[in-house]
Structures are given as C-alpha cells and as structure tokens.
Design a protein around this ligand. Structure first.
Ligand SMILES: NC(=O)c1ccc[n+]([C@@H]2O[C@H](COP(=O)([O-])OP(=O)(O)OC[C@H]3O[C@@H](n4cnc5c(N)ncnc54)[C@H](O)[C@@H]3O)[C@@H](O)[C@H]2O)c1
Length: 320
C-alpha cells in the first residue's frame, strides 16, 4: 500500500474512533412511551449495546412492548440479520419502568416517544428537566410538535432536539434530526453521530411545523382520505393507484392505518395551526374515525381490518 493510502486510511480510522469515543460516553438511554415507536427505539438502542430504560405509565403497555420487541428480535434472527447471542443480550439490555423519575436518573440521553399531544409533551419535558442530570440531552420523537416550544419549558433549550425515527424503527434507515431554535451545534452533531452508530441515516432539518417528512406526507394522506370521503374511489382502488402508479411500497390509506389515525390527525392539526392554511384542514372522515376509536392497526380497524395473527389486507366492512 502506498504512503498516501496508508495516511488516508489512518485519518479515516482516527475520525471513526473519535466519533466512537464521543458516543461511547453515552451509555444509558431512557425511552419514554413504549407504544409503536418507543418499543422500536428501545429495541434498536439495546441491539447496539446501550442500556435502555423503557418507561410507560402502566405495566400493561410495557409487557406488550417487551412481547413485540422479542418477536421482532426473533424475526431478525430468522432472517440471519443478528445472532441469537445479540438477541439475548438485547433483551437483557432493556429494563422497564413505570416511574419516569426512576427510569431517567442515570440517562445520558432521553428520547420521548409518548402520545402526540403538545400539553402532555410539555409536562413530560418540564419533569425531565428537573429529574435528569444537567448534561443529559433531551430528545423527542414527535412527528410535528415544535422542538423550540418543547425546549422552552426546560432550562436547557440548547440540549433539546428532535430525533424523529420512522416506523418500523428496526427496519427504517432515516432519522430526521430537528434543530430547535436554540439547539447547540455540539448537541446536533452528537445526535447525528449517534444515529450513524445505530446504522441509521440522519438528515438535519430546521424546526417548522411538520419538519420535512410530515409536511409532505400528511397532505398526501389527507387528500387520499378526502378522495374516499367524496366517493372518488374505494380504499383498495386509491391505494392501488398510488402503489402501482407512483411505485409507493404501500398505499396512503394503509400507511395511515400503520402510522395510527390519531397520530395523523394530531399532525394535521399542528400543520393547520402552524401555517394557518386551510389546505391542511383534516378531512371530517378522519376526525370521525379517530373519535369512534378506529385508529388503524393498533386498534384493530381503520381503513382496513386487522385480525390478530393474520397478514391478509382486508378492507374494513364499512368501506366495502
Ligand atoms: N406511529 C408512527 O408511525 C410514528 C412515526 C414517527 C413518530 N411518531 C411519534 O412518536 C410518538 C409516539 O407515537 P406512537 O405511534 O408510538 O404512539 P402510541 O400511541 O403507539 O404509544 C404512545 C405510548 O406513550 C405512552 N404514554 C402516554 N403518556 C405517557 C407518559 N406521561 N409517560 C410515559 N408514557 C406515556 C402510552 O401509554 C403509549 O404506550 C408520537 O410523538 C408520534 O407522533 C409516530
């Protein structure tokens, strides 16, 4: 190997080992909320060797989350993506908590993935600010709520950041890293590096309603729901047009069910309030479905119906 290549590779090694050291200091991660996203985030950190405290308001969602994580790790073993030893170690790395205070005491980083509700998140961050060590970074997985607003209830707005994972977390590569108005360069680069350590691809964006992902995705989902509501076409037809016509891996109505219709509605409210533009007004059908408890996959029905253990994609009776 010539001298130039030796120098080049040793420089690369140095950069990698510096970034490894920077994140090696981060050992204890706390995840708040063990639902669709929280269990996936806990899974990924545990798989990469971090000690994870998984926190929810009751035992029941935590038990459900641990069953989901175990099932998803089993699938990774079957697909030969991880070894059985990693599966076992990952499960050992996760400790469930029903008390936020107990779960975050030693955390170097907290990732909040509780229900998409601004008041709830503001209360959680106020508590986190008093429970956590002064240098703990506080991240939120919010899909749309202002990072700057969340940061404003803490005394450490420079250490508050958006870390927006995609669903399902163990599979999807993107992390949208959102800088609040006061987020520091140092915290942003730590979170960018950490995301890379999880073999994700982080993309840095600024803090405006919906950031990038949902500002573009949600109007499409809302328009698909309007098309159904106005009788332009049925559920299967709308999804088929978008799948085969636009090469999307799943149609927008199936994707809405997968994300959670309550989550989609909350994001549309944030876009509507944030920009004051009627184009973001949620379709009345979406509002009705959420009020009636038809929230998609997690409630067993939405635009499609979901029988436990079945992979068949059946349009919900109401839309047949
Ligand atoms: N679902 C998605 O596809 C998706 C994708 C990206 C980001 N997000 C965002 O991730 C966050 C979580 O969404 P989700 O889909 O996982 O929701 P979810 O409804 O599946 O889970 C939310 C969990 O938070 C728990 N929780 C509520 N209040 C809490 C509190 N005070 N302390 C601890 N736990 C609490 C609930 O019990 C529940 O288990 C939201 O901010 C959402 O916008 C969701």
């Amino acid at each position: 190997m010539d001298k130039f290549r030796i120098r080049f590779f040793s420089a690369i090694n140095q950069i990698l080992s510096l970034s490894f050291k920077a994140n090696k200091r981060m050992k204890n991660i706390a995840v708040i909320g063990s639902g669709t996203m929280g269990n996936g985030i806990a899974h990924v950190f545990a798989q990469y060797g971090y000690q994870v405290s998984l926190i929810d308001i009751a035992e029941e969602p935590l038990k459900k989350a641990m069953v989901t994580i175990e099932k998803n790790l089993d699938r990774q073993v079957t697909k030969q993506l991880i070894t059985d030893t990693t599966r076992k170690q990952s499960l050992e790395n996760i400790r469930p908590f029903t008390s936020v205070e107990a779960g975050v005491t030693n955390a170097d980083l907290v990732i909040e993935a509780a229900t998409e509700n601004a008041d709830l998140k503001l209360k959680i961050f106020k508590d986190l600010d008093s429970f956590c060590k002064p240098d703990t970074i506080l991240a939120t997985n919010t899909s749309s709520i202002s990072i700057t607003k969340i940061a404003s209830v803490t005394k450490r707005p420079d250490k508050v950041i958006g870390m927006h994972f995609m669903n399902p977390v163990p599979v999807m590569k993107l992390v949208e890293v959102i800088r609040g108005y006061n987020t520091s360069d140092n915290v942003t680069s730590t979170i960018m590096q950490l995301s890379k350590m999880l073999e994700k691809v982080p993309v840095e964006v600024n803090d405006y309603p919906g950031f990038v992902a949902n500002r573009i995705l949600m109007p499409m989902i809302n328009e698909a729901i309007y098309s159904l509501y106005e009788g332009v076409a049925g559920v299967h037809e709308i999804d088929t047009v978008m799948k085969l016509g636009m090469a999307h891996p799943m149609g927008p109505l199936q994707l809405a069910d997968f994300i959670g219709l309550d989550v989609c509605l909350s994001i549309l409210h944030v876009l509507h309030d944030g920009f004051g533009n009627p184009k973001y007004a949620p379709c009345p059908l979406l509002v009705n479905m959420v009020q009636a408890g038809h929230k998609g996959v997690k409630s067993g029905s939405g635009f499609y119906q979901y029988a436990p253990g079945s992979k068949a994609l059946l349009v919900a009776d109401r839309f047949k």
